[in-house]
Design a protein around this ligand. Structure first.
Ligand code: C2E
Ligand code: CA
Ligand code: CA
Ligand code: CA
Length: 277
């Protein structure tokens, strides 16, 4: 009898069932949204402290669904990663970033555009070829497209991730480790990764001026990165005091609300052109 008791079977668990349904419907809405222009990028400037200007932007996805309104990336990217839908998003994203980068270059604005990759992108052996195809299609020079990958995404399956990263590296794509400091950073794996930059997670930067501990961590990370021949970006820079500290530490690039928020492509261009003079 117990076998027919629905409460005993996970397959009949109404709570679980509705979550799965919701997840499916959100992901099919996302696929539809990608195809129908609901998904765009906001671009956040990256300020190069030595050059004294914005030399790059990071592409951050923005989804406004007609039914559901604005849905923050943190509310659908982890799910899209689980279901595999992230691959559609990444394919769209690489193409969109390449097109936008080319459009800016035609206007004389020689920016690098960074695209975020997820764990399942690093399991996709076709990714490097797809990126190269987009670069060629929009006639971009090597280095114009750049990728950000989190430590935790790499650690999910280091060997497979290394294959994709090496593929991208051999094609000349620059890469950064995103959210640096939040994962299981170890020196041995840092040495093995074909990346040129560490991006210090914003949790260490947001309250930098108020936290002696964060100051020690950030300063020693900048030194570590430089000793390994890597550049350093600090994200989450929200005040002038943090800018001053990061300059003192020799940080290479800063990014955060104090410099600029993520914004639509045309506003980003205005901002960058204005901040040049
Ligand atoms: P992330 O790559 O670490 O991006 C930085 C996040 O911090 C962004 O949130 C950005 O808007 C926010 N941010 C920037 N400056 C500041 C600041 O000064 N203070 C604070 N408090 N926050 C700041 P967003 O746009 O909501 O993106 C969240 C995450 O979603 C990203 O974290 C990234 O992991 C993921 N994501 C966004 N777009 C994409 C995408 O196209 N593909 C993939 N795979 N992931 C994406
Ligand atoms: Ca990022
Ligand atoms: Ca980050
Ligand atoms: Ca993050």
């Amino acid at each position: 009898l117990a076998r027919h008791d629905p409460t005993r079977s996970a397959a009949f668990d109404p709570e679980k069932d509705s979550t799965a349904k919701e997840r499916l419907s959100l992901m099919s809405a996302l696929r539809h949204g990608i195809e129908h222009g609901e998904v765009t990028f906001a671009y956040q400037p990256k300020y190069d402290l030595r050059a004294g200007r914005v030399t790059a932007v990071e592409a951050l996805v923005r989804w406004i669904s007609p039914e559901r309104g604005f849905i923050p990336p943190d509310d659908f990217i982890p799910m899209a990663e689980k279901t595999g839908d992230i691959r559609h998003l990444t394919r769209w994203g690489i193409n969109e970033a390449a097109a936008q980068c080319a459009a800016w270059r035609k206007k004389g604005c020689m920016l690098t555009v960074s695209v975020n990759l997820s764990a399942s992108d690093l399991m996709n052996p076709d990714l490097p070829a797809e990126a190269l195809r987009a670069q060629k299609e929009y006639d971009l020079p090597t280095g114009a497209l750049h990728f950000e990958v989190t430590e935790s995404a790499i650690m999910q399956d280091m060997d497979r991730a290394l294959e994709v990263l090496s593929g991208l590296f051999s094609m000349g794509f620059p890469m950064s480790i995103d959210d640096y400091g939040t994962g299981y950073s170890s020196l041995s794996y840092l040495k093995r990764l074909p990346v040129g930059e560490l991006k210090i997670d914003k949790s260490f930067v947001l309250k930098l001026a108020q936290s002696e501990e964060d100051q020690i961590l950030v300063r020693s990370t900048v030194d570590l990165a430089h000793n390994l021949g890597l550049k350093v970006t600090a994200e989450g820079v929200e005040d002038e005091a943090s800018v001053d500290l990061l300059k003192r530490y020799g940080c290479d690039v800063i990014q955060g609300y104090h410099i600029a928020r993520p914004m639509p492509a045309d506003e980003a261009l205005d901002f960058i052109m204005r901040s040049r003079v």
